[in-house]
Design a protein around this ligand. Structure first.
Ligand SMILES: [Ca+2]
Ligand SMILES: [Ca+2]
Ligand SMILES: [Ca+2]
Length: 263
Protein backbone atom coordinates (compact mmCIF):
# COMPACT_ATOMS: atom_id res chain seq x y z
CA UNK A 1 0.00 0.00 0.00
CA UNK A 2 2.89 2.35 0.66
CA UNK A 3 4.21 1.86 -2.83
CA UNK A 4 0.73 2.44 -4.23
CA UNK A 5 0.40 5.72 -2.34
CA UNK A 6 3.77 6.98 -3.51
CA UNK A 7 2.90 6.10 -7.11
CA UNK A 8 -0.25 8.20 -6.94
CA UNK A 9 1.75 11.13 -5.59
CA UNK A 10 4.29 10.93 -8.40
CA UNK A 11 1.59 10.72 -11.06
CA UNK A 12 -0.03 13.84 -9.63
CA UNK A 13 3.21 15.77 -9.79
CA UNK A 14 3.85 14.80 -13.40
CA UNK A 15 0.34 15.82 -14.45
CA UNK A 16 0.72 19.17 -12.74
CA UNK A 17 4.11 19.72 -14.37
CA UNK A 18 5.60 20.37 -10.96
CA UNK A 19 9.15 19.50 -11.89
CA UNK A 20 10.72 21.52 -9.03
CA UNK A 21 8.97 19.20 -6.59
CA UNK A 22 9.82 16.00 -8.41
CA UNK A 23 11.45 13.46 -6.19
CA UNK A 24 15.11 12.75 -6.84
CA UNK A 25 17.34 10.18 -5.28
CA UNK A 26 19.86 11.75 -2.89
CA UNK A 27 23.27 12.29 -4.44
CA UNK A 28 25.20 11.61 -1.29
CA UNK A 29 24.68 9.89 2.02
CA UNK A 30 22.62 11.85 4.52
CA UNK A 31 24.50 13.74 7.17
CA UNK A 32 22.37 11.90 9.72
CA UNK A 33 23.19 8.23 10.02
CA UNK A 34 21.53 5.55 12.11
CA UNK A 35 22.91 2.27 13.35
CA UNK A 36 20.66 -0.59 14.41
CA UNK A 37 21.53 -0.93 18.10
CA UNK A 38 18.55 -2.72 19.60
CA UNK A 39 20.37 -5.92 20.43
CA UNK A 40 23.63 -4.39 21.58
CA UNK A 41 21.68 -1.95 23.75
CA UNK A 42 20.06 -4.88 25.54
CA UNK A 43 16.51 -4.18 24.39
CA UNK A 44 14.89 -7.60 24.01
CA UNK A 45 11.27 -6.56 24.14
CA UNK A 46 8.88 -8.56 21.97
CA UNK A 47 5.42 -7.17 21.39
CA UNK A 48 2.49 -9.55 21.77
CA UNK A 49 -0.50 -8.56 19.66
CA UNK A 50 -2.38 -11.63 20.85
CA UNK A 51 -2.96 -12.85 17.34
CA UNK A 52 -3.95 -16.47 17.15
CA UNK A 53 -5.83 -17.18 13.98
CA UNK A 54 -8.72 -14.76 13.90
CA UNK A 55 -7.50 -11.26 13.20
CA UNK A 56 -8.81 -8.46 15.37
CA UNK A 57 -8.46 -4.76 14.70
CA UNK A 58 -6.32 -3.93 17.78
CA UNK A 59 -3.72 -6.46 16.67
CA UNK A 60 -2.72 -4.12 13.86
CA UNK A 61 -2.19 -1.05 16.00
CA UNK A 62 0.16 -1.29 18.89
CA UNK A 63 1.85 -0.53 20.81
CA UNK A 64 3.56 2.67 21.79
CA UNK A 65 6.59 3.50 23.87
CA UNK A 66 8.42 6.39 25.46
CA UNK A 67 11.85 7.72 26.23
CA UNK A 68 11.65 9.24 29.69
CA UNK A 69 14.12 9.75 32.51
CA UNK A 70 12.30 7.81 35.19
CA UNK A 71 14.98 8.05 37.87
CA UNK A 72 16.22 11.57 37.24
CA UNK A 73 19.83 10.63 36.52
CA UNK A 74 19.89 12.55 33.25
CA UNK A 75 19.68 9.44 31.06
CA UNK A 76 16.52 8.66 29.15
CA UNK A 77 15.05 5.32 30.10
CA UNK A 78 12.68 3.31 27.91
CA UNK A 79 9.06 2.32 28.49
CA UNK A 80 7.48 -0.12 26.04
CA UNK A 81 3.78 -0.95 26.08
CA UNK A 82 2.69 -4.48 25.36
CA UNK A 83 -0.49 -6.28 24.38
CA UNK A 84 -1.52 -9.68 25.56
CA UNK A 85 -3.21 -12.86 24.44
CA UNK A 86 -6.95 -12.68 23.94
CA UNK A 87 -7.56 -15.80 25.98
CA UNK A 88 -6.95 -15.80 29.73
CA UNK A 89 -5.05 -19.05 29.40
CA UNK A 90 -2.64 -17.64 26.81
CA UNK A 91 1.00 -16.84 27.38
CA UNK A 92 1.76 -14.00 29.75
CA UNK A 93 3.27 -10.79 28.45
CA UNK A 94 4.02 -7.52 30.15
CA UNK A 95 4.91 -4.00 29.26
CA UNK A 96 8.54 -3.25 29.97
CA UNK A 97 10.76 -0.70 31.65
CA UNK A 98 14.43 -0.46 30.72
CA UNK A 99 16.89 1.54 32.79
CA UNK A 100 19.46 3.50 30.82
CA UNK A 101 22.90 2.47 32.07
CA UNK A 102 24.50 5.56 30.59
CA UNK A 103 26.87 3.61 28.38
CA UNK A 104 24.64 2.75 25.43
CA UNK A 105 23.06 -0.22 27.15
CA UNK A 106 19.81 -0.74 29.01
CA UNK A 107 18.75 -3.10 31.78
CA UNK A 108 15.29 -4.62 32.00
CA UNK A 109 13.94 -3.57 35.39
CA UNK A 110 10.33 -4.59 34.77
CA UNK A 111 10.18 -7.48 37.23
CA UNK A 112 8.61 -6.45 40.52
CA UNK A 113 8.48 -2.85 39.34
CA UNK A 114 4.70 -2.64 39.67
CA UNK A 115 4.55 -2.06 35.93
CA UNK A 116 4.70 -5.81 35.29
CA UNK A 117 0.96 -6.20 34.86
CA UNK A 118 -0.94 -7.72 31.97
CA UNK A 119 -2.98 -5.31 29.91
CA UNK A 120 -3.80 -4.83 26.28
CA UNK A 121 -1.93 -1.57 26.05
CA UNK A 122 -1.94 0.96 23.25
CA UNK A 123 0.17 3.93 24.22
CA UNK A 124 1.90 5.70 27.07
CA UNK A 125 2.33 9.33 28.10
CA UNK A 126 4.84 10.39 30.73
CA UNK A 127 4.34 13.39 32.97
CA UNK A 128 4.86 14.44 36.58
CA UNK A 129 1.23 14.96 37.46
CA UNK A 130 1.81 15.37 41.22
CA UNK A 131 4.92 17.54 40.96
CA UNK A 132 7.06 15.27 43.09
CA UNK A 133 9.92 15.48 40.60
CA UNK A 134 9.35 12.06 39.06
CA UNK A 135 7.56 11.45 35.77
CA UNK A 136 4.54 9.17 36.07
CA UNK A 137 3.02 6.96 33.38
CA UNK A 138 -0.45 7.11 31.83
CA UNK A 139 -1.15 4.01 29.73
CA UNK A 140 -4.03 3.74 27.28
CA UNK A 141 -5.45 0.27 26.92
CA UNK A 142 -8.38 -1.62 25.48
CA UNK A 143 -9.72 -2.36 28.91
CA UNK A 144 -9.66 1.03 30.55
CA UNK A 145 -6.67 3.30 30.96
CA UNK A 146 -4.18 2.97 33.78
CA UNK A 147 -2.21 5.54 35.73
CA UNK A 148 1.05 4.44 37.34
CA UNK A 149 2.64 6.67 39.96
CA UNK A 150 6.42 6.72 39.88
CA UNK A 151 7.51 5.82 43.41
CA UNK A 152 11.21 6.16 42.62
CA UNK A 153 13.92 3.57 42.00
CA UNK A 154 11.90 2.15 39.10
CA UNK A 155 8.94 1.21 41.24
CA UNK A 156 5.41 2.08 40.19
CA UNK A 157 2.03 2.04 41.93
CA UNK A 158 -1.24 1.66 40.07
CA UNK A 159 -3.28 4.65 41.22
CA UNK A 160 -5.95 4.49 38.55
CA UNK A 161 -8.93 4.17 40.89
CA UNK A 162 -7.60 6.51 43.52
CA UNK A 163 -6.93 9.20 40.94
CA UNK A 164 -10.40 9.06 39.43
CA UNK A 165 -9.19 7.93 36.02
CA UNK A 166 -12.11 6.15 34.36
CA UNK A 167 -11.88 5.75 30.62
CA UNK A 168 -13.88 2.74 29.51
CA UNK A 169 -13.30 3.49 25.85
CA UNK A 170 -10.71 2.37 23.32
CA UNK A 171 -7.95 4.73 24.38
CA UNK A 172 -5.10 5.07 21.91
CA UNK A 173 -2.90 8.10 22.48
CA UNK A 174 -2.64 10.46 25.42
CA UNK A 175 -0.83 13.65 26.34
CA UNK A 176 -0.15 15.56 29.52
CA UNK A 177 -0.73 19.30 29.45
CA UNK A 178 -1.59 22.00 31.95
CA UNK A 179 -4.56 23.36 30.05
CA UNK A 180 -5.81 25.62 32.86
CA UNK A 181 -2.32 26.78 33.89
CA UNK A 182 -2.78 25.94 37.54
CA UNK A 183 0.60 24.27 37.69
CA UNK A 184 -0.80 20.75 37.69
CA UNK A 185 -0.64 18.55 34.63
CA UNK A 186 -3.97 17.49 33.18
CA UNK A 187 -4.31 14.59 30.77
CA UNK A 188 -5.89 14.44 27.34
CA UNK A 189 -6.84 11.05 25.93
CA UNK A 190 -7.73 10.27 22.34
CA UNK A 191 -10.22 7.43 22.08
CA UNK A 192 -10.62 5.41 18.93
CA UNK A 193 -13.69 3.49 17.74
CA UNK A 194 -16.26 1.50 19.66
CA UNK A 195 -14.89 -2.01 19.49
CA UNK A 196 -15.34 -5.42 21.04
CA UNK A 197 -14.19 -8.79 19.82
CA UNK A 198 -17.82 -9.83 19.43
CA UNK A 199 -18.68 -6.90 17.18
CA UNK A 200 -15.54 -7.10 15.04
CA UNK A 201 -16.70 -6.99 11.39
CA UNK A 202 -16.05 -10.06 9.31
CA UNK A 203 -13.13 -9.97 6.94
CA UNK A 204 -13.30 -9.49 3.26
CA UNK A 205 -13.88 -12.53 1.18
CA UNK A 206 -12.02 -12.01 -2.03
CA UNK A 207 -13.18 -13.55 -5.27
CA UNK A 208 -11.10 -13.29 -8.40
CA UNK A 209 -13.38 -14.21 -11.24
CA UNK A 210 -11.63 -15.32 -14.38
CA UNK A 211 -8.26 -13.99 -13.32
CA UNK A 212 -5.04 -15.89 -12.97
CA UNK A 213 -1.47 -15.06 -12.15
CA UNK A 214 -2.43 -12.63 -9.38
CA UNK A 215 -0.81 -12.34 -6.01
CA UNK A 216 -3.02 -11.14 -3.18
CA UNK A 217 -1.71 -8.79 -0.50
CA UNK A 218 -3.74 -8.25 2.60
CA UNK A 219 -3.32 -5.17 4.68
CA UNK A 220 -5.16 -3.25 7.34
CA UNK A 221 -7.25 -0.22 6.61
CA UNK A 222 -7.52 2.08 9.60
CA UNK A 223 -10.05 4.33 7.92
CA UNK A 224 -13.69 3.53 7.53
CA UNK A 225 -14.34 1.03 4.79
CA UNK A 226 -17.81 -0.02 3.70
CA UNK A 227 -19.28 1.89 6.63
CA UNK A 228 -17.35 -0.12 9.18
CA UNK A 229 -14.12 0.85 10.89
CA UNK A 230 -10.93 -1.09 10.72
CA UNK A 231 -11.77 -3.63 8.08
CA UNK A 232 -9.07 -5.62 6.42
CA UNK A 233 -8.39 -4.56 2.84
CA UNK A 234 -6.61 -6.33 0.05
CA UNK A 235 -4.83 -5.41 -3.14
CA UNK A 236 -3.28 -7.36 -5.96
CA UNK A 237 -0.23 -7.43 -8.12
CA UNK A 238 0.39 -9.65 -11.09
CA UNK A 239 3.05 -12.24 -10.68
CA UNK A 240 4.55 -11.22 -14.04
CA UNK A 241 4.55 -7.53 -13.07
CA UNK A 242 1.91 -6.53 -15.61
CA UNK A 243 -1.23 -4.45 -14.98
CA UNK A 244 -4.22 -5.88 -13.21
CA UNK A 245 -7.65 -5.58 -14.76
CA UNK A 246 -9.65 -4.05 -11.94
CA UNK A 247 -12.90 -5.34 -13.34
CA UNK A 248 -11.94 -8.88 -12.53
CA UNK A 249 -11.67 -8.17 -8.82
CA UNK A 250 -14.54 -8.50 -6.45
CA UNK A 251 -14.34 -7.96 -2.75
CA UNK A 252 -17.00 -8.19 -0.16
CA UNK A 253 -17.37 -8.54 3.55
CA UNK A 254 -20.15 -9.67 5.78
CA UNK A 255 -21.96 -6.42 5.05
CA UNK A 256 -22.01 -7.17 1.34
CA UNK A 257 -19.59 -4.57 0.08
CA UNK A 258 -15.96 -3.69 0.06
CA UNK A 259 -13.02 -2.45 -1.91
CA UNK A 260 -10.14 -4.13 -3.69
CA UNK A 261 -7.15 -2.15 -4.84
CA UNK A 262 -5.33 -3.31 -7.93
CA UNK A 263 -1.73 -2.23 -7.98
CA1 LIG B 1 17.29 7.60 33.76
CA1 LIG C 1 5.26 12.30 39.86
CA1 LIG D 1 -3.87 21.89 35.26
Amino acid sequence: MKTWGISILLVGLVVAGASPLAWRAPDAASAVQFVEATSTAGLKFVHNSGRAGKKFLPETMGSGGAFVDLNGDGWLDVVLVNGKDWTPKGKRSFSAVYRNNGNGTFTDVTTASGFDVEMYGMGVAAGDYDNDGRDDLYVTTLEGDRLFHNEGNFRFRDVTKASGIVNAHFGTSAAWLDYDRDGKLDVFVANYVQWTAKTEPAYFIIDIGGCSGLRRHVCCCASRCAGQPGIICAFYTRVDGGPVNGSCLQARNAHGSGTAFAN
